[in-house]
Design a protein around this ligand. Structure first.
Ligand SMILES: CSC[C@@H](O)[C@@H](O)C(=O)COP(=O)(O)O
Length: 356
């Protein structure tokens, strides 16, 4: 298959290792971290070198492929035991984005479906699968982008939260993929990027990513969007997601729920770009979605600069859940799921039939 070269390469294979753009350093430095095992990939996911639901899934698939390569010279029983440990380590890296578990499940099924291959052959098959997951992700984002682009009028002023861009995926992005596709289709757009406290994915990553391609972007702090909406300065909201429950409730970066409530108040459409791999039909509603609690330090300040007093109690839930009733539509690679469909029975019919 022809590899698609993206302007921002979030993950790249160097023939021996997976290299991940270090998102902790952006926008000031563009450096890659090379990983050669399940443990090193899990560490990169946990430490936010790589983040964003689809990118985490792709990285995890490489983590398994790398581990299998490392173990290809061992006895089959040792291989099975250590590869299982690799699966466990990766599954424990972050809890909310279901793409991680989706990718691990896909890799495990492939492994178990080849009991008679040599370990060398098997590790080659797993590596090809990781490449396929990466390539498919870009294709899926492009399809979602085309569907999503039809929802945005020419000249739209759009708001996004967090980073659901090329940096959060293998390329093109989910929410930012909708913007890229709309622009490719000849529409003029301008983007407001929420800064996205506390980890600043909007200020550091979305602003940087859009500037790379001269897509008009204006950075605002998270508490400014209500004011802009009340003045008619925002026409639509498009965000990504980490997990969508069967009833259409959407988990995404903390603060998304607030934006959705404001959008409803101001009659502004609230769209969620959501690959099918992010839908978790095993969970009935969003209240079942595990929400990651991150370290207190992230709320106290940023990196070494702390502005909160020592000793203050801190909460740091990294995601929130937007109820399906606030979602105008989900944009998937198989088409658009309207709020009507969500309210009438959720997502299982759509996912099983593939199309509305
Ligand atoms: C296409 S990415 C969608 C989501 O993963 C994104 O909006 C998000 O919340 C990422 O959170 P992060 O904590 O940066 O991994």
């Amino acid at each position: 298959m022809k590899r698609v070269m993206e302007r921002v390469q979030t993950l790249r294979w160097n023939g021996k290792q997976i290299e991940l753009i270090d998102q902790r350093l952006l926008p000031f430095r563009t450096e890659y971290v090379a990983c050669d095992s399940a443990k090193s990939v899990a560490g990169a996911i946990r430490d936010m070198v790589v983040r964003g639901a689809p990118a985490i899934g792709v990285a995890a698939a490489y983590g398994i492929a790398l581990e299998a390569r490392r173990l290809a010279g061992t006895m089959p029983s040792v291989f099975a035991e250590r590869l299982n440990e690799g699966f466990n380590i990766l599954a424990a890296s972050r809890p909310t984005a279901v793409n991680l578990f989706w990718a691990l499940d896909r890799m495990r099924k492939l492994w178990l479906s080849h009991p008679d291959k040599s370990l060398k052959e098997l590790s080659g098959i797993l590596l090809q699968e990781a490449h396929a997951i990466l390539d498919e992700d870009i294709g899926i984002n492009r399809k979602m982008g085309q569907y999503g682009a039809t929802l945005l009028p020419d000249g739209a002023k759009v708001l996004t939260h967090c980073n659901a861009g090329a940096l959060a995926t293998a390329g093109h992005g989910t929410a930012l993929g909708v913007f890229r596709s709309a622009i490719e289709a000849g529409k003029r757009l301008s983007v407001f990027a929420d800064e996205t406290r506390p980890f600043l994915q909007g200020a550091r990553l979305t602003a940087w990513e859009l500037l790379q391609e001269n897509i008009p972007v204006t950075l605002i702090t998270d508490n400014m969007s209500g004011y802009l909406m009340s003045r008619g300065e925002i026409d639509a909201v498009v965000v990504g997601t980490d997990r969508v429950a069967a009833n259409g409730d959407v988990a995404n970066k903390i603060g998304t729920y607030m934006v959705a409530v404001l959008a409803k108040r101001h009659n502004i459409p609230f769209y969620v770009a959501c690959p099918l791999s992010t839908i978790d039909l095993s969970l009935a509603t969003g209240s079942d979605i595990p929400i990651e609690e991150r370290p207190a330090n992230e709320v106290k300040g940023f990196r070494d600069c702390h502005w909160a007093p020592e000793g203050v109690a801190i909460r740091n839930p990294a995601f929130d859940v937007t109820p399906a009733e606030l979602v105008t539509a989900l944009v998937t690679e198989k088409g658009i799921v309207t709020n009507d469909t969500l309210m009438k029975g959720g997502l299982s019919g759509f996912v099983k039939n593939g199309r509305q």
